[in-house]
Write a new protein. Structure first.
Length: 368
């Protein structure tokens, strides 16, 4: 239950089922669209896969290449190449080498899978499928591919024999649909059962709004050079005082969120500078509640907190940067994928400039 979204009775499906599975083990998984850089928000679920290994489960990271194609994120061959180079490297270095990397195309094109997908399409209405996708897809005029997406995600769980599906809170509606449809009498070729699901919090973007791999300034990518990490963090949205939560009660300060969900769960305690108004010096913080109280009271200056976060991320990602510097072939496919996206209008000129800066230590000066 460590570092899950709250309240637990809403974002764990269900607590009793998870407790029962603890004595049995089995497969757990997270499905990812490997269509861009891995950033600090992605790593919250990667660490949860590592946690589950420590709890006795077998963790699978599904590189959902077909899902990425359905979302118009890139060509199949390039998505697959990025999955087995950049993504695999990061998962094994910053998560665990015991995480199994699985490609969607390994099983999603089989006859049994396709026939089961068609069967599900007869049992789920377009309205129900779209309602499950609203937290994931963009736009108000959904494509047919948007309806297929959640049905495939449901089937992935059965075909990977997953007992606990893991995802961000944006996946909750898809997992609710999964549990609902597999509780019915739908006839499938694969063995049918009702999986459990747990959900991790989503980190707010550095510029406000959602943290997105297609908005470079909204995230810190694991391969960003130190100077770019520091620049992004120091320019991040970080309001002082009481204005820390939105109308739905979600933390909207990305710097506090990174400390709460990414740093403190890993290190247990941090040493933070006290503001001059609070008398200066340093204080040891062992809980997020303590940190937030001090920050809201003005005992911690926003710039000092940003400095702490920047230093931690630079150090935490240093080993994958070293790997990419020595093995450029592991990061070069990601550049080609983002270039493909650029050519199709996904990045504006400013955003593309940030993308190119992130590759400079590995690929040199790119004139594009």
């Amino acid at each position: 239950m460590r570092n899950l979204a709250e309240p637990l009775d809403e974002f764990v499906m269900t607590l009793d089922e998870v407790k029962e599975l603890l004595s049995k083990g089995g497969n757990v998984y997270v499905g990812y669209e490997p269509s861009g850089p891995i950033h600090v928000g992605t790593l919250v679920t990667v660490r949860k896969l590592r946690d589950m290994i420590q709890a006795g489960f077998h963790s699978i990271a599904l590189m959902a290449d077909i899902h990425a194609i359905l979302n118009l994120k890139g060509p199949q061959d390039l998505i697959k190449e990025v999955s087995m180079t950049y993504w695999k490297t990061v998962f094994h270095e910053l998560g665990s080498k015991q995480i199994e990397i699985k490609l969607g195309t390994d099983f999603e094109l089989s006859e049994d899978y396709v026939m089961d997908l068609l069967t599900l399409s007869q049992r789920v209405t377009a309205r129900r499928a779209w309602r499950a996708m609203t937290m994931v897809a963009r736009g108000e005029d959904p494509l047919v591919s948007h309806m297929i997406y959640p049905l495939m995600q449901a089937l992935d769980i059965l075909y990977l024999r997953v007992k606990i599906a893991i995802g961000g809170t944006d996946q909750r509606k898809i997992h609710a649909l999964t549990r609902e449809v597999f509780s019915s009498d739908v006839p499938l070729r694969v063995e049918k059962y009702v999986p459990t699901a747990i959900h991790t919090p989503l980190l707010p973007g550095l510029t406000g709004g959602k943290m997105s791999s297609s908005i470079p300034r909204s995230h810190v990518a694991v391969h960003d050079p130190p100077e770019l990490i520091r620049e992004k963090v120091m320019n991040a949205f970080c309001p002082p005082g009481n204005d820390q939560y939105d109308e739905d009660g979600r933390l909207k300060n990305p710097i506090l969120a990174i400390v709460k969900y990414f740093i403190l769960p890993e290190v247990g305690k941090i040493s933070v500078k006290r503001s001059r108004a609070a008398g200066g010096g340093e204080v040891e913080v062992t809980s997020y509640e303590q940190l937030e109280r001090m920050y809201i009271n003005g005992e911690i200056h926003p710039m000092d907190l940003k400095e702490l976060v920047a230093n931690y991320l630079i150090e935490e990602f240093s080993r994958v940067r070293e790997i990419f510097e020595s093995e450029k072939e592991l990061i070069e496919p990601l550049y080609r994928l983002q270039k493909w996206q650029r050519e199709r209008g996904l990045f504006g000129d400013v955003e593309w400039g940030d993308v190119l800066r992130s590759y400079r230590p590995y690929l040199g000066e790119i004139r594009d």
